[in-house]
Design a protein. Structure first.
Length: 202
């Protein structure tokens, strides 16, 4: 198995060198997160930043592994009627900080426009509730997602937008009770918009 993986990686590297298509860059941008929970505000803004690579495997195709520090922000703002009906409810904000590792397939539609799609796994680094450390067991330690988007390459400078669909429940078995509502599953949805710079190309 190790020999097969080594052979595949060697072929990718050699082909990338032949195509002159290895690139390394940095990126940063804005997240707009939501969750399938009626008591959580839609499109709460947060941030992401990280490094991106590109390995060419043909004239139009490439693979783009990335390492990103990204934040999911959840804001609960119960209505007046909800507050009157349940004294345990109150406005709260959660910041979930992840190390995300997407591996995206890229296809160059034309010279500067690239479409992207692939899986992403995110590792929960820490979480804060109203700016303070919260119990780690409130959320699961990892999240698997599917990513789709597009990138506009402007010769060393690029713009991008993507949509991230969480595939698993981020709420731990030790759930938060009524803090963010009592839904059976919490799956995230996130828009990402950003800008990046290529550090070098081979």
């Amino acid at each position: 198995m190790k020999k097969i993986v080594f052979l595949i990686m060697s072929m990718i590297v050699l082909n990338a060198q032949a195509q002159n298509k290895f690139a390394l860059g940095i990126k940063l941008g804005q997240n707009f997160s939501s969750i399938n929970n009626v008591n959580v505000d839609r499109n709460a803004a947060s941030f992401h930043l990280g490094a991106t690579t590109q390995i060419g495997i043909g004239p139009s195709f490439s693979i783009a592994p990335e390492v990103i520090l990204t934040q999911t922000k959840l804001e609960s703002n119960p209505s007046v009627s909800e507050l009157l009906g349940n004294n345990a409810l109150k406005p709260e904000t959660y910041h979930l900080n992840y190390l995300a590792i997407p591996v995206l397939a890229q296809y160059k539609v034309f010279k500067s426009f690239i479409v992207q799609a692939g899986p992403q796994y995110s590792i929960l680094l820490d979480q804060k509730k109203d700016g303070k450390e919260a119990a780690r067991q409130a959320f699961n330690s990892g999240e698997f997602a599917i990513v789709g988007g597009a990138k506009l390459d402007l010769n060393g400078f690029f713009l991008y937008g993507r949509y991230v669909i969480g595939m698993n429940n981020i709420r731990s078995a030790n759930e938060l009770g009524n803090n963010l509502g009592d839904q059976s599953t919490w799956k995230t949805r996130q828009w990402q918009l950003g800008v990046g710079f290529s550090l070098f190309n081979y």
